[in-house]
Design a protein around this ligand. Structure first.
Ligand code: SF4
Ligand code: SF4
Length: 124
């Protein structure tokens, strides 16, 4: 590439401005295909662990005994694999991006007590 071509490219870029956005100051562009973040309807979850087993990024941890569903947002690549495997249709990809985070932190959701669990528990 000649010096002239490079100078022309630089001049064009200076006039046109950057192609990137200063997110989050400037909102991200959304299309119908945009995959922003994963959400769980925890009240529908049966804690089968299929989402966790099929996650290529090891972003989900499910504990059946404690009825918890945990996601590590720094690991999740928003591929949607877990959504395909969930037998209860409780995982969804929303188009909105989450705000940037500086510290790695997970989110843990706890499911409601199963119906009849309190009656079945021994009296203390
Ligand atoms: S969207 Fe993909 S990476 Fe994120 S939790 Fe689901 S399977 Fe894992
Ligand atoms: S696959 Fe669906 S029902 Fe099973 S643990 Fe994951 S979110 Fe819950």
């Amino acid at each position: 590439m000649s010096a002239f071509t490079i100078t022309k490219m630089i001049a064009k870029s200076l006039i046109r401005g950057p192609d990137t956005r200063r997110y989050p100051a400037v909102p991200a562009k959304k299309t119908p295909q945009t995959r922003g973040h994963l959400v769980v309807e925890i009240e529908k979850c049966i804690f089968c662990g299929l989402c966790s087993m099929h996650c290529p990024a090891d972003a989900i941890i499910v504990t059946k005994a404690e009825r918890t569903w945990h996601i590590d947002r720094f690991r999740c690549i928003v591929c949607g694999g877990c959504v395909e495997y969930c037998p209860k249709d409780c995982l969804h990809l929303l188009p909105e991006y989450l705000p940037p985070q500086e510290k790695q932190q997970g989110e843990t959701y706890t499911g409601p007590e199963p119906v009849g669990a309190q009656e079945a528990a021994p009296a203390s």
